[in-house]
Design a protein around this ligand. Sequence first.
Ligand SMILES: [Zn+2]
Ligand SMILES: [Zn+2]
Ligand SMILES: [Zn+2]
Ligand SMILES: [Zn+2]
Length: 133
Amino acid sequence: MSHRHFCDYAGHDWECDGLALRPLAGDTEPSECYCLRHQVPMERGDHSGCPVELLACPEHREEQLQQIGTFDPKDLRPSVGSERGMLHDRDGRPIVGFCLWCGKDFYSIEEAEAHHANNSKRCVAFQRFKCRY
Ligand SMILES: [Zn+2]
Ligand SMILES: [Zn+2]
Ligand SMILES: [Zn+2]
Ligand SMILES: [Zn+2]
């Protein structure tokens, strides 16, 4: 008997045949699904009324990992967000990016570079952060 999981990445439920990979828990191999309430394998007995485990489906697993993987506190540096496509400031004017530290909008790459030059000397928020750590 198969059971269900809820893919928290894309927000849908999916059928599982008893083994699932849980990379977020540090697993590299699929492991048996256990019912949290009954503490037995999901394949044993009927757990249709039991809590559903949140787990990204095989289709979205990679995407979810990538999304989480790209978030690395070490990368928390001012950057130009041009690869995100068209950005706009509060007034709807196109910007090439913004400063992650102080939230300043950049209307040109030059402006962004100037802001981040010399270790973000012009960025007050970044300087404050640096002093504290
Ligand atoms: Zn499962
Ligand atoms: Zn159960
Ligand atoms: Zn999914
Ligand atoms: Zn800044």
